[in-house]
Design a protein around this ligand. Structure first.
Ligand code: MIG
Length: 639
């Protein structure tokens, strides 16, 4: 029914990206309310004073996107500063709302698309696809939530992971051997801290070759997987996009023989370099190549693996062989010149811009639905189609089992096949806030199963940051602590206050019945698991500006602490609510607070939850693993 509120406009010769799953009526002309400049191929919309803009999924800055420029152009960029325009994802759905009327837009274009939302001109939103081949959808509705529901009907049902994936996961780039992983399991067990997953980063592989396991580091891998499962732990290995070029490596040999790798203009396979050294990129956009690569996951599912994370699938490129040659030639030229200071900077740029160089994305092609397409024009589909490759294979390999799958790069449509994590953030307080602000936009775009690297990936973390980040992460569907090689270790047992950490993780497990059922409601009803307050309290002007509190499911609001050395925070209540101040699942105090502003105390080990009027919050008894939670035995906190 709600599809009737959607209108589709086509420009140029749009690709069938796979984002949309329903046919909607095509309109002629320009989307209502927009102007289209034929010369610059730009759509513009005049923003009213009260207009707010929500959406765009995984992007920097606040919940209200107004005031910045965002470029959908999947990028392997670990510096998620406010002045960045592109992260790993392209989720091109947004809503414009002035409080009395709202509409949504979905720009289905797999190349680079620029959303200038009051950046160049504070009162103008302009949308410019680099290639004009676009399906432009306008979605009408009476409220943001109604528009979200229509959009999600258009793009199809969100991915649902296995239930154990709602547990806590420990990860770190640097676990190298089975014993490293055993140690993690053991230390958590000793402290009695629940744990469902340990992630395996690239070092488990033999020379970073996909679908191999280093036999010295993991002798008898199958038995190790079994051993861990007996401890209740699921091992979740990483899969990278690039396939190592190495004679005799079956995946390389097969892909080469069958012509399944991305090719250059001259028909030869592109040679790029990533962790394995020189690699070819599978052409996931080609149906046969996609099916072929997907089947390889069976090598690991046969060993008992039930979950994966797909990485480096923007794709990230450290360098291409061709570009490197050009760089060396340029460097030689510089060597023979008298360098003035500007020349020196030019020289420096030539070298420092080697990785993820935009020119490299113009050097190779896909065989996409029988069309030879240059990569940059469909760049944002690559991670989506890698994840689709795995997911379609899982349907064949283990049709009766759910497999955990999430990806770094994404595009709308991928939400049907897997979740996302938000890539290489940093151990900074501002990145905890960014995590809070990104979550509703991800939910809105259908990426309901998502989360950030808790504690921060890059840089050195601190105990209080991990504590506060866990206290927020309790509510995110994907709940994973992950950090980078060489940074301070941040497994919960590395810190002093392990009892507090245990209480927080147990609180998550106590909340799993609520979290899971609210997650499933969001999936089944095309709703949002995490919402800005404004989406429910649209008539309350104060809620327009609440950027650090979220509604989680239908019953509760949360107000995380995201600043250093705080023992409390200001909270705005759009109506009377019952504050539950948790220290653990069975140690909390409650207090009914009236509508309005409050300063609420929250010590480092405390979590603030607000139960909405007439609603209730069920709590289970925590267990060491999700599957051991007794979901029949629930205690209810009523408003
Ligand atoms: O170039 O596999 O975002 O989570 O730990 C870095 C190593 C490659 C990037 C991922 C990160 C992962 C890391 N990877």
């Amino acid at each position: 029914m709600s599809l009737e509120k959607i209108r589709k406009y086509e420009f140029g010769n749009p690709y069938d990206t796979g984002a949309v799953v329903c046919d909607v009526r095509k309109q002629v002309g320009i989307p209502e309310g927009f102007k289209y400049d034929m010369n610059t191929e730009t759509f513009t919309y005049t923003l009213g004073e009260k207009d707010m803009v929500f959406g765009l999924g995984e992007t920097v800055r606040g919940i209200n996107k107004r005031g910045w420029i965002y470029v959908s152009n999947n990028a392997d960029d670990p510096v998620h500063d406010e002045n960045k325009t592109s992260l790993y994802a392209s989720q091109n759905f947004l809503i414009v709302d002035d409080g009395s009327s709202a509409f949504g837009i979905f720009v289905d274009n797999p190349g680079s698309v620029t959303f200038d939302i009051g950046y160049t001109d504070m009162n103008v939103m302009s949308i410019h696809p680099e290639n004009n081949d676009t399906s432009f959808y306008v979605i009408n509705g009476d409220s943001p939530l109604e528009i979200v529901a229509s959009f999600r009907e258009l793009v199809g049902k969100s991915y649902v992971p296995p239930i154990w994936a709602f547990g806590y996961g420990q990860s770190r780039w640097g676990y190298k051997t089975a014993d490293d992983i055993r140690t993690v399991a053991k230390r958590y067990k000793e402290l009695g801290i629940p744990l469902d997953m340990i992630y395996m980063d690239i070092d488990y592989m033999q020379d970073f070759k996909d679908f191999t396991v280093n036999p010295e580091r993991f002798p008898d891998f199958e038995n190790f997987v079994k051993e861990m499962k007996e401890e209740g732990i699921h091992l979740v290995p990483i899969i990278d996009a690039g396939v190592k070029i190495e004679d005799g490596y079956d995946i390389y040999e097969e892909g080469k023989a069958k012509g399944y790798f991305c090719k250059k203009e001259d028909g030869s396979n592109l040679v790029a370099a990533v962790w394995p050294g020189k690699v070819h990129f599978p052409d996931f956009l080609n149906d046969d190549a996609r099916a072929w690569f997907g089947e390889k996951y069976k090598i690991l599912t046969d060993a008992g693996i039930e979950g994966f994370w797909n990485d480096m699938n923007e794709p990230a490129i450290f360098y291409t062989e061709d570009h490197l040659k050009e760089v060396f030639a340029q460097v030689k030229e510089f060597e023979n010149k008298e360098l003035d200071i500007w020349g020196f900077f030019d020289f420096k740029d030539v070298v420092s811009s080697i990785a993820n160089n935009p020119e490299d994305y113009r050097r190779f092609y896909h065989d996409f639905n029988g069309r030879k397409v240059r990569h940059d024009k469909v760049h944002n589909l690559y991670g989506f189609y890698m994840t689709r490759s795995a997911s379609e294979a899982f349907d064949k390999i283990c049709p009766d089992k759910k497999i955990l799958m999430f990806s770094r790069a994404s595009y709308t449509g991928m939400h049907r096949y897997g979740g996302v994590w938000t890539g290489d953030n940093t151990s900074r307080w501002s990145h905890l806030l960014m995590n809070i602000q990104m979550m509703p936009a991800l939910s809105m775009n259908g990426f309901v199963f998502s989360g950030a690297d808790i504690g921060g990936f890059g840089g050195n973390t601190t105990e209080d940051l991990v504590m506060r980040w866990i206290a927020f992460g309790i509510f995110t569907p994907l709940f994973r602590n992950h950090s980078a090689l060489g940074t301070r270790e941040q497994e919960l047992y590395q810190f002093e206050r392990t009892d507090d950490f245990k209480n927080l993780i147990e609180l998550r497990y106590a909340l799993v019945p609520y979290i899971y059922s609210e997650f499933m409601k969001a999936v089944d009803n095309n709703g949002m698991y995490m919402k800005p307050l404004y989406f429910e309290y649209r008539n309350d002007d104060r809620c327009r500006e609440v950027e650090d509190q979220l509604l989680v499911g239908d019953s509760i609001m949360i107000a995380p602490v995201y600043e250093q050395n705080r023992t409390g925070r200001n909270v705005y209540l759009p109506e009377e609510m019952k504050l539950v101040r948790f220290r653990s699942y069975d140690d909390y105090d409650t207090e009914v607070l009236e509508k309005g502003d409050h300063y609420v105390k929250a010590a480092l080990n405390e979590v603030l939850v607000f139960v909405r009027p007439g609603k209730e919050l069920p709590l289970a008894k925590p267990a060491r693993q999700v599957e051991k939670i007794d979901t029949k035995d629930l205690k209810i906190i009523k408003f």
